[in-house]
Design a protein around this ligand. Structure first.
Ligand code: ZN
Length: 567
């Protein structure tokens, strides 16, 4: 699809310029504006770009909630909506202007551009490394957080000369402006006052309605924190939420959008319902954490450590609505918050899985993949249950094995320190495999129904193609590649040249998984840097056959475009 990335001239009235329009010159200004916009170009392959994201209804079961909870939910969605408005300002001021023009356009073709602009919160394609699809101007690294022409050097030099302004200028929660050559920090509660006040008002109204004391306290505190630009207390309160169904995460969190300094937090919101039934299942698995550790197919010294539990408790929720940063481009399926180190130390974090979002991605991308690369009888066994169970076990199994290595001289270091740059990929592979090798134990204990066991293996195999589809650059992609090659070598997965399909050999897969678990857990337990490198070199490459199989998947959506019941 790379060859489609040519641009054609458009005749749409759009401009990045700010016009100072005199009373009697508005007509002339309009003409100038149209002239300026005629030069703006639009990517001709907008349909292909849209096709990468399958529009999908994100729904929830309304019968889960009583009347009061429904009212709370509506208020929370209303509050969340303001994060869209703020994130537009943060991500792309220019995009806002283009949006206004597209909304007014009478050209039916512009509907597609407007839709893609809305998905991306601006004219930069988040699925194509932020290259512009409207106009040719590159995305500013500092987006809306800094003056457009500010460089990192200038900011650092300015701070060196004005140390008293350092804290404010580098705060996660300020935007930087330049006035008369001076840099000033404007706090979010001032820069986005209107939106934050409106959001706070809805949070307070929701707090009035709810009868859950922890939710009431959190919402009131969050409203206050949005207005005082200090999120510490309500971040703590979010961790302490209990016995409630409806929840919201709202405010500035992730700093990825700030390409200049990686400091400024983008606004976003998640509104969701706790999935109590699913959480009970996860708790069930966690009750067997010790047993899973004991069950690892390695010598005692590689599983000698007491399993202390998970870094973050696992929450499974049903997403109702999202806004801002998290909704831009590829959708979030899980998040860990808060980011504030002080809260992390005192209270810890929560890991939240958005189950219906995961299911939407599963249906729109993993199922079609499985239908093309798996033998028919295996594709039939691919299920969301199988996929979700594998993902949960991966999360849990990060806690298994050992975290420390004792060096010959007696000093103790972490496995991470020992394996250095190889650690992440080895750890991700370990988590998957230490989870998978415990599936038979969970069947034996009755936590996984025996008749559903095969679904986990076939869904695991299908999911592999989804994660290596975009290369092996990420730790997850590389880990999956290694698992796939190793298990194939051991005969767990078979390829039929005639049908060009893969299938699971159910007679071999368990032994092969155990063998891989032994290899990875031993690498970690020995902290053997050289061996880890050799393992990755041997199993981390993508062979021609795999490339050929992947090339058949190009037209399958890479993600979804969420269509919420609340708009
Ligand atoms: Zn992981």
């Amino acid at each position: 699809m790379g060859n489609l990335r040519h641009f054609s001239i458009i005749f749409l009235a759009v401009s990045f310029l700010v016009f100072s329009v005199g009373l009697d010159s508005s007509c002339k200004a309009k003409e100038e504006k149209e002239e300026a916009m005629a030069q703006l170009e639009k990517a001709p392959d907008i349909k292909e770009r849209l096709a990468k994201l399958a529009p999908t209804d994100i729904t929830y079961d309304e019968s889960l909630l009583n009347e009061q909870q429904k009212e709370v939910l509506e208020k929370l969605v209303a509050a969340a909506g303001y994060m869209d408005k703020i994130f537009w300002k943060q991500a792309s001021q220019a995009g806002l202007e283009i949006r206004r023009q597209l909304e007014q356009s009478t050209d039916p073709a512009d509907k597609d551009y407007l839709r893609y602009l809305t998905i991306n919160f601006g004219p930069f394609d988040r699925l194509e490394e932020n290259k512009p699809f409207i106009g040719t101007q590159a995305k500013l690294p500092g987006v809306g957080f800094y003056p457009p022409d500010l460089t990192k050097e200038e900011l650092e030099n300015y701070i060196a000369e004005h140390p008293e302004k350092k804290e404010q200028l580098l705060s996660h929660y300020t935007v930087v402006k330049r006035t008369d050559g001076e840099l000033i920090a404007v706090s979010y509660n001032e820069a986005y006052r209107e939106e934050l006040e409106a959001a706070a008002k809805y949070l307070r109204e929701a707090a009035e309605i709810t009868s859950n004391p922890s939710l009431k306290e959190y919402l009131e505190q969050r409203a206050e924190d949005l207005l005082r630009n200090d999120y510490y207390q309500s971040d703590c309160d979010w961790i302490d939420l209990k016995d409630n169904l409806v929840e919201i995460v709202i405010g500035p969190f992730e700093v990825y959008e700030d390409g200049l300094m990686g400091l400024k937090a983008s606004c976003e919101a998640f509104v969701y319902i706790n999935d109590l039934e699913e959480m009970k299942k996860v708790e069930g698995y966690l009750n067997y954490l010790e047993a899973m550790q004991k069950n690892l197919p390695v010598e005692q010294k590689y599983k000698d450590q007491e399993v202390g539990g998970l870094e973050s408790p696992l929450n499974v929720v049903i997403e109702v609505f999202t806004a801002g940063d998290t909704k831009a481009g590829v959708q979030t399926s899980a998040f860990v918050l808060p980011n504030d180190e002080r809260v992390r130390e005192e209270k810890g974090t929560k890991k939240v899985f958005l189950k219906n979002m995961m299911e939407a991605k599963f249906r729109k991308s993993l199922v079609p993949i499985s239908e093309r690369v798996l033998a028919a009888e295996d594709a039939e066994l691919v299920s969301f249950y199988g996929y979700f169970t594998e993902v949960m076990l991966h999360e849990i199994a990060h806690a298994l094995g050992v975290n420390y290595v004792t060096l010959p001289d007696g000093t103790k270091i972490t496995v991470n320190q020992a394996l250095k740059e190889y650690y992440s990929a080895i750890e991700e592979a370990k988590a998957t495999i230490a989870g998978m090798c415990n599936v038979p134990l969970l069947v034996e204990k009755g936590l996984v129904p025996a008749e559903r066991e095969k679904e986990i293996y076939t869904s695991y195999l299908a999911g592999m193609f989804r994660s290596i589809r975009f290369g092996v650059h990420s730790a997850h992609g590389l880990a999956t590649m290694m698992e796939f090659n190793f298990l194939r070598e051991k005969g767990a997965f078979l390829y039929d040249e005639e049908t060009e399909r893969f299938k699971v050999d159910f007679g071999r897969v368990k032994d092969a998984v155990n063998e891989l678990a032994r290899a990875l857990l031993t690498l970690q337990g020995d902290g053997d840097y050289e061996k880890a490198g050799a393992f990755i070199a041997r199993y981390g490459h993508m062979d021609e056959l795999t490339k050929a199989v992947l090339s058949k998947l190009e037209d399958i959506p890479v993600d979804i475009e969420p269509l919420f019941s609340f708009r």
